[in-house]
Design a protein around this ligand. Structure first.
Ligand code: PLP
Length: 432
């Protein structure tokens, strides 16, 4: 049966009548790859199903949260149970303390944790805290690292290693973006230069320790250590944005994997089990500046929502029950990447395959990729051809060259075999 997206095309046109661009988050519109985004009807395990009746092996996993796969029976059972007790109280619950306790045990640098509703809220709030604590205003971020869509961090690098903030979107005031300094990832010298120039004004360095928002980039050996040493030397705080890598690359996140202790950490995605959650936390002496313990204001009507806490708790408990969880997930991901890479090589494509645990990605270039500039050398046209060929064969990848892919514990060897076989046909299409 020919691949069809007729109902999704009609739904997309209808959505555009009421929602800007027809979607509630831009990448979902398939603008990068062209074509019609499948409208999703349901999901189960490693699969999602669209309204045209197509079934896909899903490597997006709602952009990271679904580490157990979709609609895990135990998560759904706990959620159904919690639902009977109401959806929100705006008052403290035992669930919040329990999830905070699990997080502090898994990520020891997080001595106190504050829950919010998204990763964006977590990074926005953590910057206010860092600025208040250090009484400095400037923030350093890295080109191609995404931390959510609030004004201070929606800033890219211009050309050159260090560029004082230029807003990435109309509506971000220069006065705010001007306090954000952007440097290339994996370039310790560029960061050193920034500290030499602005060291006394820098409140914090915020970094995705494993960047997953320009495709998947690996930190060079020793790089994160250098970032830690520089922040310490100049009295700036080091913020690990582990919204994507937290409970994903290891139970204790990238900070466990690379053995680096940041001052503050942001989480999201996996800790909400697919419901809206973010969190930030860190050293007790810093976190005690947050209201009502201290003067730095931050609040939320739905923060610590009982359904979100329940889904997060169920997810983390299921992971923790299984001592081989990350090992198995990693070896499945390695098998997938090796199989797909072999298919690429069979067509003479020496593309860059990157993997950290269950995060992975392919850059469509034969040159090494280690930062935003090198990532941008990828052949986006070739990626788009590959993407559509995979979609038509029932493999759902992120609709952009510059996104990471995720494996879940629900993916099977059959899924992996089918994906590898599909990739052979897709590379053949790229080679045409
Ligand atoms: N930080 C990182 C590393 C992310 O990957 C994302 C989202 O993809 C965010 C922050 C923003 O999180 P949210 O989309 O929940 O606001």
């Amino acid at each position: 049966m020919a691949f069809k997206l007729d109902k999704s095309a009609t739904a997309f046109a209808e959505a555009k009548r009421y929602i800007p661009g027809g979607v509630n988050s831009p990448v979902r519109s398939f603008r990068g790859v062209g074509g019609t985004p499948p409208f999703i009807a349901k999901a189960a395990g490693s699969h999602i199903f669209d309204i045209d009746g197509n079934k896909y092996i899903d490597y997006v996993g709602s952009w990271g949260p679904m580490i157990l796969g979709h609609a895990h029976p135990e998560v759904i059972a706990e959620l159904s149970d919690a639902l009977q007790r109401g959806t929100s109280y705006g008052a403290p619950t035992l669930l919040e303390t329990e999830l905070a306790r699990l997080i502090t045990e898994a990520v020891p640098s997080m001595e106190l944790v504050r829950f919010v509703n998204s990763g964006t809220e977590a990074t926005m709030s953590v910057l206010r805290l860092a600025r208040a604590y250090t009484q400095r205003n400037k923030i350093v971020k890295f080109a191609g690292c995404y931390h959510g869509h609030h004004d201070s961090l929606l800033v890219k690098a211009g050309s050159g290693a260090t560029t004082l903030g230029v807003p990435d979107s109309p509506g971000v005031p220069d006065t705010i973006a001007g306090n954000t300094i952007t440097v290339e990832y994996n370039d310790a010298q560029a960061l050193t230069t920034v500290f030499e120039r602005h060291g006394q004004d820098i409140a914090a360095v915020i970094i995705e320790p494993v960047p997953g928002n320009m495709g998947l980039i690996l930190p060079r050996p020793g790089y994160l250590e250098q970032v830690r040493a520089l922040t310490e030397k100049y009295g700036a705080l080091l913020i690990f944005d582990e919204v994507m890598s937290g409970f994903r690359v290891a139970y204790g996140g990238a900070q466990e994997l690379y053995d680096i202790t940041p001052d503050l950490t942001c989480l999201g995605k996996v800790i909400g089990g697919g419901l809206p959650v973010g969190a930030y936390g860190g050293r007790r002496d810093i976190m005690e500046h947050i209201a009502p313990a201290g003067p730095v204001y931050q609040a939320g009507t739905l923060s610590g929502n009982p359904l979100a806490m329940t889904a997060g708790l169920a997810t983390l408990r299921l992971i923790a029950q299984n001592p081989d969880f990350y090992e198995k997930l990693t070896s499945m991901t390695t098998a997938l990447c090796a199989g797909v890479q072999a298919q690429a090589l069979a067509f003479g494509f020496n593309f860059q395959f990157h993997q950290v645990g269950s995060m992975f990605g392919i850059f469509f270039t034969d040159k090494p990729v280690y930062d935003y500039n090198s990532a941008k050398r990828s052949d986006v046209g070739a990626f788009n051809t590959f993407f559509h060929a995979m979609l038509e064969q029932g493999v759902y990848l992120a609709p952009s060259q510059f996104e990471a892919a995720f494996m879940s514990s629900a993916h099977t060897h059959t899924d992996i075999g089918a994906t590898i076989a599909a990739s052979g046909n897709a590379f053949a299409r790229v080679a045409e």
